[in-house]
Design a binder for this molecule. Structure first.
Ligand code: ADP
Length: 509
């Protein structure tokens, strides 16, 4: 049942075919029903008209025979009437299509009237209202009825025509009924019904088949387009749709092909540009290294001898030394990033315990210098992963330094937790926090909350840490609330595990 519902939801073709079958079945049933009603009406009308005219001539000839007979003796009279019934029934020989019933003499207010009939007609074959009409009023009347023989349960449709006969010699009245069978019409109708049913069924199947074929013709190129669009989405833009003819599908294919070609050229252009930029940054950084080493050496000499300079020159030597330090840090960050961009960053894996790293963080000199309290949570259980100790240390140092530099709180929490598939390491402070989308922007290169700030780094620390985490197949994510604090959670997968979901849920979510 569920797979049927899924098929209905996912497949336009299934919906088109089902809807077509249901609607055509409805239309065909309605048409068939109207047709059958007309045929049945026509057959019954014809039979009734023929029956009435045949019965009328029978009534006339019976009345003539009665008028011609002059007996007044009841026995002789009864014989004459029996003869009339016999002669009427035998008038069509073996091919007789009716039965006769003669009732009478009719006595007012009595139900017990003698009956003669050409066969043992079952009770109920003569409709009561017709009998009343014929017996009370003169004239010829008819009714549809179901006819049956005594002792048989089979009944068939028929039409009954009745009229009064008057015996002038005795003044008595008789009622004569013709019972015409309509079984022939019934079987014709059955045949027509069967033919309509079979024809209708075949028609519905054919219409369903046609709908399937037509929808397939329309949907096949759409499916092809979907397949190719999926491949575009997964990055392979070389695929093209086959274009044949000039119809709408061909135009759609052409547009898709043009879109893919334009996307491909744009992406190539951007890739080239990005590669050029990366190469530029990398080349500049490398080129700067040698002169920087020389400048550093010269600066070291000046710095070492600053006491022999006058105050202003000594201050300049100190400034030069400090700024050179920042310059070197920036250059080393840029070189690291260009290694990530070039895909040249390598992991030097070792078995390391993140809980141990958390315990060591308590002695971080910067945190101590700033008089910050470090609270360890769950750091007494070993939390072992395969990782590059140098890179993990760099991430942790960066997170702790940031908490000290930017957090503005006097307390840092470090929490370590592990799940079946990963180990998470959270650094939490309760200072200025992060607002809006800053938890995403902190990972942008060169982004700083306060661009005018001269203190602090270059805005490359967190992007590098994120690249380091991702190099391990892990994640580094940030949460925060303005004025409440911020939290950075590093998650490293265990061998064969995944960093999603992290083992720690941020307190700032
Ligand atoms: P940098 O290398 O200059 O220290 P980062 O990439 O480490 O830069 O951080 C980028 C910016 O993110 C910082 O300039 C600071 O504005 C913000 N930031 C980082 N850590 C925190 C924190 N714990 N609390 C508030 N802001 C922070």
């Amino acid at each position: 049942m569920r797979s049927l519902v899924r098929l209905w939801r996912r497949s336009i073709q299934a919906r088109v075919v089902t809807n077509t079958i249901v609607l055509s079945a409805l239309v065909i049933s309605l048409t068939g029903w109207a047709l059958l009603r007309d045929v049945a009406g026509g057959l019954a009308d014809n039979r009734r008209t023929a029956a009435i005219s045949e019965a009328r001539s029978g009534f006339n000839s019976a009345q003539q025979q009665i008028d011609a007979a002059v007996e007044t003796e009841p026995a002789a009279q009864s014989q004459t009437l029996t003869q009339i019934v016999d002669s009427l029934t035998s008038s069509r020989g073996a091919q007789r299509t009716y039965e006769l019933v003669l009732e009478g003499p009719l006595a007012a207010g009595s139900n017990q009237v003698p009956v003669r009939s050409s066969a043992a007609i079952a009770a109920g074959s003569l409709p009561d209202d017709l009998v009343d009409q014929v017996e009370l009023k003169g004239g010829t009347y008819w009714r549809y009825s179901t006819l049956g023989l005594l002792g048989s349960s089979d009944r068939e449709p028929g039409v009954v025509v009745g009229s009064q006969l008057h015996v002038p010699s005795t003044g008595e009245d008789y009622a004569l009924y013709y019972l015409f069978s309509m079984s022939e019409q019934q079987s014709t109708l059955n045949l027509v019904r069967q033919a309509l049913l079979l024809g209708g069924f075949a028609m519905v199947l054919m219409v369903g088949g046609v709908a399937w074929l037509v929808s397939r013709q329309v949907l096949n190129p759409v499916r092809l387009a979907r397949g190719i669009a999926e491949r575009y989405a997964s990055g392979s833009l070389e695929q093209r749709m086959h274009v044949s003819g000039k119809d709408d599908i061909a135009r759609l294919s052409t547009s898709l092909n043009q879109m893919a070609a334009s996307l491909q050229s744009q992406i190539r252009r951007l890739e080239n540009l990005s590669r050029l930029q990366q190469r530029f940054v990398s080349d500049v950084s490398h080129e700067l290294r040698t002169p920087l080493t020389t400048v550093r050496m010269a600066s070291d000499v000046l710095h070492d001898n600053r006491k022999s300079f006058d105050a202003q020159t000594a201050r300049a030597a100190e400034l030069l030394q400090n700024e050179l330090g920042r310059f070197e840090d920036l250059l080393s960050d840029l070189l690291d990033l260009s290694r990530f961009d070039a895909g040249a960053a390598q992991l030097d894996l070792d078995t390391i315990d993140l809980a141990e790293i958390a315990r060591r963080a308590v002695d971080d000199p910067l945190l101590k210098r700033r008089g910050m309290k470090v609270v360890l949570i769950n750091a007494d259980q070993p939390a072992v992963v395969e990782a590059d100790i140098r890179r993990i240390d760099r991430i942790v140092r960066n997170l702790l330094t940031n908490a000290a530099k930017y957090g503005g709180s006097d307390r840092v929490e470090i929490e370590v937790r592990q799940s079946e598939s990963c180990v998470s390491f959270a650094v939490r402070d309760f200072g200025v926090g992060l607002s809006g989308d800053e938890n995403l922007r902190v990972f942008d290169r060169f982004w700083r909350a306060d661009p005018a700030r001269t203190q602090g780094g270059t805005g490359l620390g967190l992007p590098i840490s994120k690249e380091d985490a991702e190099l391990h197949g892990g994640t580094l994510r940030a949460w925060g609330k303005s004025g409440e604090g911020s939290e950075f959670i590093l998650t490293i997968p265990k061998p064969g595990g995944s960093a999603n979901p992290p083992a720690i849920v941020s307190v700032f979510t």
